[in-house]
Design a protein around this ligand. Structure first.
Ligand code: MG
Length: 291
């Protein structure tokens, strides 16, 4: 199933995408508050969804606004340097990754929808994109072995791990440079795990204004998804709806020669085979004064 969170006539809804329509299950008896709550019900939740979609009204996708499928997860984690091609271009720029998995936090407040505008910060000229496969956790879990990780994965999304390079590199935690408001678009929906035969065999491509910038395959990942789940759950509990961004291949604008950072008006599209595409237009960061 393609599980979606969307806005229609001002209301936030959930449903299942089929072709050019979405089955709106929001008003069905027993409907959860959102997809995170649905995932927390485990296999029962997915069975409920399969039944509910049969009895639900259809809306054309063109008439709804797709949102991030999990608008408010408890965690949004990113793995750095998980493609050899990206490590090689980073090394040329003098950036050397330590051994092992290097994880950072994207603050969940940076999440935006798959077609929402994203902000070019006014404090930086180094706004960049990173097309990535996103993993959505489906079950509360701790101490998961890599070979058992499939059982805790709900499905997959397309992520743009947008990054403000100068702010990212000023601190080893990367937290600020990875977490500007709007810099975590993902979607366009959550494709459940049963529909993806092998998440390590998907083409992943990123375009800026129609120009192909990243062209890779998830087979190139250095650390596999099972190893990621094992590493993270060695330290802490993962919850239903948690989002893992699994790293980006070569072709980020900041590592081109000369660098080509994003400007207002640019449109970034990230597409992953068997999942879909997200597309975000860059706009100047609006200035908000506190009351
Ligand atoms: Mg990344």
């Amino acid at each position: 199933m393609k599980l979606a969170t969307f806005r229609h006539q001002g209301a936030l809804k959930i449903g299942v995408v089929e072709g050019a329509d979405v089955a709106d299950v929001t008003a069905q008896p027993g409907a959860p508050a959102g997809l995170r709550e649905l995932l927390a019900r485990g296999a029962d939740g997915l069975a409920w969804m399969r039944q509910a979609m049969q009895e639900s009204p259809r809306l054309p996708l063109a008439q709804v606004q797709l949102c991030a499928p999990i608008p408010a997860p408890q965690k949004f984690l990113g793995l750095g340097g998980n493609y050899a091609s990206h490590l090689a271009e980073a090394a040329k720029a003098g950036i050397v990754r330590g051994a092992g998995q290097v994880w950072f936090n994207k603050q969940v407040s940076c999440i935006s929808g798959p077609y929402d505008p994203v902000h070019k910060p006014f404090v930086s000229k180094q706004f960049d994109y990173e097309g990535e496969l996103g993993v959505i956790i489906g079950r509360r879990c701790r101490h998961v072995r890599a070979e058992d990780a499939d059982a805790v994965i709900a499905g997959y999304v397309v992520v743009n791990d947008m990054s403000v390079r100068d702010w990212q590199l000023r601190a080893p935690t990367h937290t600020l440079g990875k977490s500007f408001d709007t810099h975590g678009p993902f979607g366009p929906w959550l494709v459940t795990r049963d529909e993806i035969a092998d998440p390590h065999a998907l083409s992943i491509r990123t375009w800026v204004n129609g120009e192909l910038r990243q062209d890779a395959n998830t087979a190139e990942m250095i650390n596999r998804i099972g190893e990621m789940v094992a590493e993270l759950t060695t330290a802490f509990t993962l919850e239903p709806g948690d989002v893992l961004a699994t790293g980006s291949p070569a072709g980020c604008g900041g590592l081109m020669e000369p660098p080509r950072y994003l400007q207002a008006g640019d449109v970034v599209r990230v597409e992953i085979e068997a999942i879909g595409a997200i597309e975000n237009r860059v706009i100047p960061e609006p200035r908000k004064d506190n009351p």
